[in-house]
Write a protein that binds this ligand. Sequence first.
Ligand code: ADP
Length: 220
Amino acid sequence: MARSTGISDRLPKQPADHRYRAVLLLGAPGSGKGTQGGILKNIPGFFHFSMGDALRNIDIHSPLGKVFYDYTSRGELVPDEYVIKFWAMTLDAHATLGDFKPLADLLVLDGIPRTLNQAKIMEKYIDVLKVIHLVCRDEKVMFERLRRRALKENRVDDADEKVIRRRLKVYEESTKPVLDNYPGDKVTEVESQGSPARVVFDILKVLSPIQDQHYTGVAG
Ligand code: ADP
């Protein structure tokens, strides 16, 4: 049974025919999602939402913070029912505060959906225009990135090799199948080894034509 966490049952107010225009950033832990998301969020016209960051910002002593820590520290996914409601609540708050402008901004979702069930629930609220699949074929590079991040950001889930291995397995089993939810022409694979500038260049080659179709010049 779901624990009481104080998050509301409310899903986004956005009606089904006015879904948020979104692109998804999908990739294994250590594939460079965080680095690329950090660059994209500084470009006008994109609103970058990282589910991992949003969850990490929750007060660890609050009921939801305890649920988050419990799962994340073991390398497990936080159950869908908490994640979806928290995502909806947080995104609504950003839209209300005006830092996310749904009519002007292209929503870049990083780390959500992470299960097929999340993807199905979110279909009512987002229109997925593109999926960027970040791929790093060298496990050594991925481990190195996570180790560096553990030191820099003090992340419990990056510090232990067993937890990292578990996260990579969870990615293969639960998150990779999310790619099959979208038609092949919507999914673009981007090689994430190399300089951040080269990787973001490859991502922008795909996203800037989409942004061009919608950009109103009022974002920022
Ligand atoms: P990484 O890309 O390295 O896995 P994230 O910062 O995206 O890191 O996520 C950190 C942790 O937060 C995940 O391992 C998981 O426990 C939890 N989490 C983030 N997004 C989701 C999600 N959509 N569904 C369930 N759990 C999530």
